[in-house]
Design a protein around this ligand. Structure first.
Ligand SMILES: *[C@@H]1O[C@H](CO)[C@@H](O)[C@H](O)[C@H]1NC(C)=O
Length: 361
């Protein structure tokens, strides 16, 4: 099977005379759509639970795949029908999303906002999910912040960074002040929480006695960079952009491949030979790339460099794709395409599309 695949790949690589004129993000999207089953698979129906869902086997990564697709599609009718199709796929009530962890709910909050131009139902979903997470805000415990999971006591970086970002995004669409207030209140708590360490990296969360704990992951930095960029866009207050710049500077330095400087990489995939991310970890650098693009769009930069970092990453990842299928690898500096778990491949493709879109390709 692999041999056959490589043979085809070789021919296709040599046959580059047949140039596909559509942009790389569109070509990559065609591959991602092969992850999306033509009809809901057997056993499908319990939103947010473990078995395969839409594009991937994880509910939060399905939210990413929807958002990445919306951003890579250039036609409004196609965007609208994808949103409608996803909404119709749920055999169980969509409200089952409320039973997933808070960060999953907020990833879906963001994706439904991406769909909000096409139906008021999607904005309604965003607000309902956001409201549900915000109900876990508790100032009596670690001074504020929302919980990662309503049944637990863990307050973590990703959930609270997503709360800032999704509040900003809902505010941009609705101009309802309460969302901006939530964004600012959450950032003020986050900044003092200890989750931003002395190197300006964002650690995973807080222990039960409210001390910072866990490793820095690139998506924690990414969502915070995006949040602060959005707060700057909304308020025009340069302090937010300064704070985004600190976090971006640290992230660019830290989350690099060890064998290909400048290529965005998490610790779980430091080099092609040392790449062993779990399903979640495959997504992280795609989220960082998308966030850095938002930072640049808001007027942010680090040494006049961020746009060129994104372009370099996108060109490298695209050059290293499987030329036959347009599958993008987990390590952007040298695709690991053989023996890829099919679910991992769909997650890696989502991250690759986020990168291509971030670089305007
Ligand atoms: C945000 O930026 C301001 C102005 O540079 C700085 O005083 C403050 O310490 C920063 N906060 C964080 C959490 O980085």
């Amino acid at each position: 099977m692999i041999g056959v695949l490589l043979g085809v790949l070789f021919l296709a690589a040599n046959g580059k005379g047949v140039v596909d004129a559509s942009p790389p993000s569109s070509q990559a999207l065609e591959r991602l759509q092969t992850c999306y089953p033509a009809s809901a698979p057997a056993g499908f129906g319990t939103v947010g639970m473990e078995h395969p869902q839409l594009w991937t086997s994880a509910w939060w990564q399905d939210a990413l795949a929807l958002q990445a697709s919306i951003e890579a599609i250039d036609d409004d009718d196609a965007k609208s029908s994808l949103c409608a199709d996803v909404a119709s796929r749920e055999n169980a009530p969509w409200e089952n999303t409320f039973e997933t962890s808070s960060d999953d709910q907020l990833w879906w909050t963001l994706s439904w906002i991406s769909c909000s131009p096409y139906s008021s139902e999607y904005l309604y979903r965003s607000k309902a999910l956001h409201f549900h997470v915000l109900e876990t805000w508790n100032s009596g415990y670690c001074g504020g912040g929302v919980l990662w999971d309503s049944s637990l006591t863990y307050k973590n970086a990703i959930t609270n960074a997503l709360l800032i970002l999704s509040s900003c995004e809902i505010f941009k669409v609705t101009e309802e002040r309460q969302y901006l207030q939530t964004a600012i209140k959450t950032w003020e708590w986050f900044a003092e929480s200890g989750m931003i360490n002395s190197d300006n990296l964002v650690v995973d969360g807080l222990t039960e006695d409210c001390n910072p704990t866990g490793d820095p992951f690139s998506y924690n930095s990414g969502i915070l960079i995006h949040s602060l960029s959005s707060l700057y866009e909304i308020t025009n207050d340069k302090v937010y952009l300064a704070n985004a710049t600190f976090v971006a500077n640290a992230a660019l330095e830290r989350f690099q491949s060890s064998d290909a400087p400048g290529i965005l990489a998490d610790d779980c995939c430091k080099s092609v030979d040392d790449c062993d991310c779990n399903h979640d970890g495959i997504s992280f650098h795609g989220i960082l790339a998308r966030s850095l693009a938002a930072f640049v769009k808001a007027g942010g930069d680090v040494d006049g460099n961020v746009a060129s970092v994104l372009k370099f990453n996108a060109e490298t990842a695209w050059d290293n794709r499987d030329a036959d299928t347009n599958q993008i690898g987990i390590a952007w500096e040298g695709a690991i395409l053989e023996d890829m778990d099919p679910n991992d491949a769909c997650v890696a493709q989502t991250a690759g599309i986020q990168l291509l879109t971030a670089a305007g390709m």
